[in-house]
Design a protein around this ligand. Structure first.
Ligand code: ADP
Length: 283
């Protein structure tokens, strides 16, 4: 476990049967012994570790034929900080080995297919970290809250998602599913900030204010997601996000842990190193 943590985030943030969304303290920083003042230095240090391991995954995919991959699934209400995780956590890695996909309202083409069609197309190849900014879970979140399909249609999706993820894990993908929670008040503050800053207008969507009225329905939908799709092979991690510095540190640790779980080393040379050295010096 990294210094500055009294409890491994992998343990302390993992969803447990019975945990209630309504009880999440979104302003807390579970397992972290420091505070905001320590966060920058710890993040810088741990980001380096993340970057090293991520490059090792890429190197193994490239030259070692390693087919394994990691898929980071980011779900959360607007302003929870998904973009910040992408920029500040994943952004510390080498873009060469990252496959980022944002899932918005399905296009006409996407709607003509099964909801997992666009998800399958975006899965990371061996050696890559895939990042899903929203995901197949929208099909049991926004879709459920807004009745975009009848209940008997979305109801079946939980089991379907579990078996889809089971297959993914069996084929060598480690899932890191992160559910990001902000409070309704903190969301209001962040939306207000977007309205005050021209450099943040692009993040503001008038529809987000309407969605605030549906907060309880979203809480219920998130509860169902956690209850029904947190499995031993693909658990959810519940990350309090009122403190951005905390959520970034936590997700960095979750990714490091997933990468370390692959027990990699640098791929050996597939050429005679000494012979190459001689050839090079003679050239
Ligand atoms: P973000 O809000 O993440 O910055 P967008 O402005 O593109 O990105 O918003 C994405 C929107 O697409 C969200 O409101 C989300 O609920 C919606 N969305 C994503 N997936 C689906 C889906 N399968 N069905 C309907 N709406 C979806």
């Amino acid at each position: 476990m990294a210094p500055s943590w009294s409890h491994d985030p992998h343990t302390v943030l993992k969803f447990r049967t019975g945990d209630q969304v309504a009880d999440i303290d979104t302003d807390s920083s579970p397992g972290f012994t420091g505070g905001r003042a320590d966060a920058d230095a710890v993040l810088a240090d741990r980001s380096e570790r993340f970057a090293e391991l991520q490059e090792m995954l890429y190197a193994n995919g490239k030259s070692g034929g390693d087919h394994r991959s990691i898929l980071l699934v980011l779900q959360g209400m607007d302003t929870a900080g998904k973009g910040g995780i992408v920029k500040h956590v994943v952004g510390a890695g080498n873009p060469m080995g990252i496959r980022y996909t944002a899932f918005g309202v399905p296009t006409e083409e996407e709607r003509s297919h099964h909801y997992l069609w666009r998800i399958r197309k975006a899965l990371p190849p061996g050696g890559y970290i895939g990042v899903f900014d929203r995901s197949h879970y929208e099909d049991v979140l926004v879709v459920r809250v807004h009745n975009l399909v009848p209940p008997d249609a979305w109801e079946k999706r939980y089991d379907e998602i579990n078996s889809f993820e089971r297959d993914l894990v069996d084929s060598g993908t480690t899932l890191v599913k992160v559910a990001m929670f902000v409070s309704l008040d903190e969301q209001k503050r962040r939306l207000a900030e977007r309205l005050e800053r021209p450099d943040k207008y692009w993040k503001y969507n008038p529809g987000d204010v309407e969605e605030r009225k549906l907060w309880p329905a979203y809480q219920d939908a998130y509860q169902a997601v956690l209850d029904r799709t947190s499995t031993d092979y693909a658990p959810w991690f519940v990350v309090p996000c009122d403190k951005k510095w905390y959520s970034r540190l936590a997700v960095t640790e979750l990714l490091i842990r997933a990468l370390k779980g692959l027990e990699m080393s640098w791929p050996p040379a597939d050429f005679d190193v000494e012979a190459e050295k001689r050839k090079l010096s003679d050239s």
